[in-house]
Design a protein around this ligand. Structure first.
Ligand code: SF4
Ligand code: SF4
Length: 371
């Protein structure tokens, strides 16, 4: 497996890391033996970097990773995990200790402040906040490198990078999601290691779509282009892929082993799709949820992101599957069928999105009767 240096950590990581967030399941239960066998096979194939988190795979991911790596030389592996505490030092330590126990290890190589927003960094993590706790844990040898993963508007990441506090960042990046492209370059130029999640757009790249088929006619071909695109960014050291079977693992390993630069034709097609996406409508919902509560309990960002997948990328089957999923999960809210076009959300959206008009379009294109 090809390796790259992970910024100032000095670690050498494989270009493909194992994301332990989509381990094999059957009947909504994680298949323990198959999951452990998959992780072990990944290590045998040269993927010695495994990323996990307490809540992945019905809260079982860390424990499965811990059991899978038993018997391997711990020093030969790079394990990362995450902590979602934003304010309370005692709870932050409890989370860390639980992760160490579940992973059955004395230390975690890369420890993330998990999915932080700019405001959370400024108010609860930056010194004298929880970052000080992470430093203590590092001094005690419980974690080796302090990192953050990010889920916020792109402009919010700059102060976090510029703080100089972190050695690694983990961000979304794919040929369908390039909002953090310059932030990755910025982090790289400051010596940070950058790891990417969602290099295949959360699996969207391989879904049926006449637009995406411009990249390559088959799902396998598109996955190949997607991985090579993410790894063509000079600032990116490794991409995490959530793999759920040996076939997928071996395919991705094959691509990573034969990693070749994008051809000029592939590059042109990727740029064409990216530039054209605005013409095809990018809704621009940031999932801030300022438009809520909706009187009809519509899960507005979920419906809009589903509609956007169809409008922007031609992923209509995928969009309909998401809506079907939402219909099976009343705890997540209602789909667009419940919308009575009252327009309250239009007035509250800071992005100026005409949400009610988009709800009407969602009903038309994704199914669902009006009230
Ligand atoms: S529609 Fe507007 S207010 Fe609602 S989540 Fe999206 S961006 Fe935020
Ligand atoms: S227009 Fe629809 S989605 Fe928006 S607040 Fe009214 S009912 Fe909810």
């Amino acid at each position: 497996m090809k390796q790259r240096t992970l910024g100032k950590t000095g670690l050498t990581v494989p270009v493909l890391g194992f994301g332990a967030m989509r381990l094999p399941e059957k009947d909504q239960k994680v298949k323990l033996k198959a999951s452990m066998a998959l992780i072990r096979r990944a290590i045998e194939l040269g993927i010695n970097y495994i990323d996990t988190a307490p809540a992945y795979c019905r809260n079982l991911s860390e424990e499965i990773v811990g059991r899978a790596i038993a018997g391997f030389d711990r020093e030969s592996l790079i394990i990362s995990s995450k902590n979602d505490e934003r304010k309370d030092a005692d709870r932050w330590w409890e989370h860390l200790k639980t992760s160490l126990k579940q992973l059955a290890t004395d230390y975690i190589d890369i420890y993330f402040f998990w999915g932080i927003k700019g405001r959370e960094f400024a108010e609860g993590i930056a010194p004298p906040g929880l970052y000080e706790e992470a430093l203590k844990a590092k001094e005690q040898g419980l974690i080796r490198h302090i990192a953050f993963s990010f889920h916020d508007e792109p402009k919010e990441i700059t102060p976090i990078i510029d703080s100089g506090l972190f050695e690694v960042m983990l961000v979304q990046y794919s040929l369908m999601d390039r909002a953090l492209e310059t932030a990755i370059q910025r982090a790289h130029s400051r010596g940070m290691g950058v790891v990417v999640m969602g290099p295949l757009g959360g699996g969207r790249i391989t879904q049926p779509s006449p637009i995406m088929e411009l990249l390559a006619p088959t799902p396998k071909g598109r996955a190949n282009v997607g991985l090579r695109f993410a790894l063509s960014h000079p600032g990116i050291s490794s991409v995490l892929s959530g793999m759920s079977d040996v076939g997928m693992l071996e395919e991705n390993v094959d691509t990573a082993n034969k990693l070749s630069p994008l051809t000029s034709g592939e590059r042109e097609r990727i740029e064409y799709l990216w530039k054209e996406r605005e013409r095809r409508t990018e809704i621009g919902c940031t999932s801030c949820r300022y438009c809520e509560p909706c009187p009809q309990k519509v899960n507005i960002p979920f419906v809009l992101s589903s509609l956007e997948a169809g409008l922007t990328w031609g992923l209509w089957d995928y969009a309909k599957e998401r809506i079907a999923f939402l219909r099976g999960r009343p705890d997540l809210g209602e789909d667009m069928s419940a919308c009575d076009l009252c327009g309250e959300c239009d007035e509250k959206c800071p992005q100026g999105i005409a949400v009610s008009e988009l709800m009407r379009q969602a009903r038309e294109k994704l199914g669902g009767e009006s009230n």
